[in-house]
Design a protein around this ligand. Structure first.
Ligand code: 3H9
Length: 679
């Protein structure tokens, strides 16, 4: 029974059990509709409680139903029936009341929640808006400014905050929600008129709306849903029925749009990425009580913060005492900056820092369950560190390298426990970026992989499994794009034009801005007389990127870029020496030449099984490289554009894609069959 009712002393308790998250699919909606009608008709019932079994209150509409023909009782109508019920209806909330789940609660006359519950309207993250009255009822309860934060940013609030803003009426004990909800039901059974949210007034707040738009303009760039949410919330000042019509029209428009399709695809892609095909189901994650990090640079410090922030003690080792002290100071500064923004309390900062033990000797790592190496990106340096780690670490410890492109198998060979070695590729800043590439070596044991996935989840990362290859998934695909960007410069295209085309597409920065940020000198041979590539020419002139104040651009003291006459001259001179003649290049060609080779590389990655599935590649690029999530990731985007178009573009530009370019057989085959990358 998905929906069941028990009646006791005048209270009908409707209980929903639809694992895993009590999504409001058609069976749930129909069941609720019937149970509600039955309770309303039953003269022995004075009040009704709606609660859920399992780990959570309704987590929203069933996302898998979107795009399918609508069947049964629809959620907006169910919410209206709840609110119109002549007997008080109480929502008893635990876990997460999200999206349609919160809309059901808003339609109830009273709301009671456990202290650990969270309430939110995350539809905007799926490219949608709350379509069952949420944009109209929420501002009526808590005001326009507070409603905007919840619905247009999509971040849930705690039960405590919900109580303070009068979104809920009462807090309940963690183990006594049902009893306390029933007690509240009895208490209010005879109270009339019923508090119907849709009947409450709402005051216009144009100032709050325009301030909100301004504050979040950057975050909302390119996304359609936030603006629709804001407009729907503004419409809550109209008579309720009119506002509802606007909400519904916006919901239907977004649901049919490309952005929501892409974002819903990514929702499931992110969850799918956590699953490793063929993993031995009996492989149990290993315990993790103490973590070691080697290298107190930006990366090592950021990695350590992930664990400290969730209460796991970290031993941070750097053989250079100055670097160690500097690293610890930077971590503290980062925590304090977060506290200054109000996102941590001073107590939390101190609690995290108190779990950190800096030490200049590797021997300090002897008891660690997991040791992550984040030293200089050089295979010999890493091998040396691994050999030493292997001798100090306890036999069961997992040894991880944070390399971004080196061969994890070669590093693993230096240890006597290659099965316990893997790559954990964090992205900078490691305490902020959501992506973690988990690199599976030839010998990595299933239990070690399973542990990595659990750890990733605990520290709030989205993990994607990759097999060993140069650059794994993300950096391997980045390479052909960066090469094309340089090639375009040689053909006479200005750096700022290449970057503009890519940022207009939706990426947060262009290829040359990225090169300057990462360091033009990464991997440079350091011989200023040996000039074989454009990069060599720039590096020889000290143009190493932001860190030297000049790269493809010139930078001022605040690191603001401006076009560089010197870089342009160096580029033109180098190109001339290599026989390039400047040519006219359209924006479209810039886009195709930067992006299509990435898709080609992605197809090879898929073909070689470096990535388990196309959607994993999309997760890497959206979570780690700023690919706009409303375009679903490179492989999804390419499938929407049409693989035939991609192949035709690659063939058209083949002569300029360099001698190393070859068309991926998988891409060619899928294109010929008229298919996309999705199975
Ligand atoms: C909406 O409500 C629209 C309405 O306003 C208007 C309608 C007219 N549907 O995330 P997890 C699956 S839009 C279907 O790993 P957690 C998920 O795919 C909705 N399936 O668990 C996964 O499946 P699998 C607004 C769903 O504990 C499994 O459940 N609501 C849904 O880390 C476990 O999920 C949202 O956007 C769903 N709604 O986190 C909330 N939700 O095992 C979306 C989950 O096969 N959900 N699944 O991989 C969440 O944010 C998280 O799932 C939640 C639990 C926080 C609830």
């Amino acid at each position: 029974m998905i929906v069941s009712t028990s009646k006791n002393a005048g209270v009908a308790s409707i209980s929903v059990d639809n694992p895993p998250v009590n999504a409001l699919g058609s069976a749930v909606r129909d069941g609720l509709g019937h149970a509600l009608a039955d309770a309303a008709d039953d003269a022995t019932v004075g009040a009704i409680v709606i609660a859920c079994r399992g780990r959570t209150f309704f987590a929203g509409a069933d996302i898998t139903e979107f795009g399918q023909p609508r069947t049964g009782l629809q959620l907006p109508e169910l919410c209206d029936r709840i609110e119109a019920c002549p007997k008080p209806v109480i929502a008893a909330i635990h876990g997460t009341a999200l999206g349609g789940g919160l809309e059901v609660a808003l339609a109830c006359h009273y709301r009671i929640a456990t202290g650990s519950a969270k309430l939110g309207l995350p539809e905007v993250k799926l490219g949608l808006l709350p379509g069952a009255g949420g944009t109209q009822r929420l501002p009526r309860l808590i005001g326009i400014a507070a409603a905007l934060k919840i619905a247009a940013l999509g971040s849930p609030i705690s039960a405590g905050e919900a109580l303070a803003s009068k979104l809920i009426d009462r807090l309940a004990g963690e183990d006594s929600l049902i009893e306390e909800a029933a007690a509240l039901a009895r208490e209010v059974a005879a109270v009339r008129p019923l508090p119907r949210t849709s009947e409450r007034p709402v005051s216009p707040d144009a100032g709050a709306v325009s301030a909100f738009r301004k504050e979040h303009a950057r975050r909302f760039r390119g996304f359609e849903a936030p603006d629709a949410v804001i407009r729907a919330i503004e419409a809550s000042t109209l008579p309720y029925a009119e506002g509802r019509l606007i909400e519904r029209a916006e919901f239907d428009r977004l649901l049919a749009g490309a952005q929501s399709g892409a974002l819903r695809y990514l929702f499931f892609a992110e969850r799918q990425a956590a699953k490793i095909d063929g993993l031995d189901p009996s492989a149990k994650p290993l315990p993790l009580a103490l973590v070691g990090v080697v290298g107190a640079g930006t990366m090592g410090g950021g990695i350590a913060m992930n664990f400290l922030s969730i209460g796991i003690p970290v031993r941070l080792v750097d053989l250079n005492a100055d670097s160690l002290a500097r690293g610890v100071a930077v971590m503290r500064k980062n925590y304090e900056a977060t506290a200054a923004k109000g996102r941590l309390t001073n107590g939390q900062v101190e609690a995290a820092m108190s779990l950190l033990t800096p030490d200049p000797a590797l021997a300090a790592l002897a008891d660690c369950d997991l040791i992550i190496e984040a030293v200089f990106e050089n295979i010999e340096v890493k091998r040396d560190v691994f050999q030493k780690l292997d001798s100090v670490a306890k036999p069961a410890a997992i040894l991880a390298t944070n390399t971004s492109y080196l061969d994890v198998d070669v590093i693993a060979q230096t240890a006597r426990r290659p099965g316990r070695v893997l790559g954990l590729h964090f992205f900078s800043p490691a305490n902020v970026m959501r992506l973690l590439e988990v690199v599976r070596g030839k010998a990595t044991e299933d239990a070690v992989l399973a542990t990595a996935m659990v750890i990733a989840r605990r520290i709030g990362k989205i993990a994607v499994v990759a097999r060993v290859c140069d650059g794994f998934i993300g950096n391997r695909m980045l390479k052909p794009r960066q090469l094309q960007a340089i090639e375009l410069l040689m053909e006479g295209v200005a750096a700022e034009r290449v970057d503009r085309v890519i940022t207009e597409f939706g990426m947060p920065m262009g290829p040359l801005q990225l090169a300057d940020l990462a360091g033009v000198d990464i991997g440079w041979h350091r011989d200023p007389k040996r000039i074989e590539t454009l990069r060599d020419a720039l590096c020889a002139a000290g143009r190493w990127g932001q860190k030297t104040g000049k790269g493809f651009y010139d930078y001022d003291a605040a690191r603001r870029p401006s076009p560089s006459a010197e870089a342009d001259r160096l580029i033109a001179q180098f190109a001339k020496e290599r026989g390039y003649v400047p040519r006219e290049v359209s924006d479209r060609e810039i886009l195709e030449r930067c992006l299509y080779p990435m898709i080609n590389e992605g197809a090879k990655i898929l073909d070689e099984r470096v990535a388990q599935r196309a959607s994993d590649i999309d997760v890497v690029w959206t979570a780690g490289y700023g690919w706009p999530s409303y375009l679903g990731g490179p492989m999804y985007w390419a499938s929407q554009v049409g693989l035939r178009t991609i192949v035709a573009g690659l063939e058209q530009h083949a002569a300029r894609l360099g001698p190393a370019f070859s068309l991926s057989p998988l891409l060619a085959q899928r294109a010929a069959a008229g298919k996309g990358f999705q199975a």
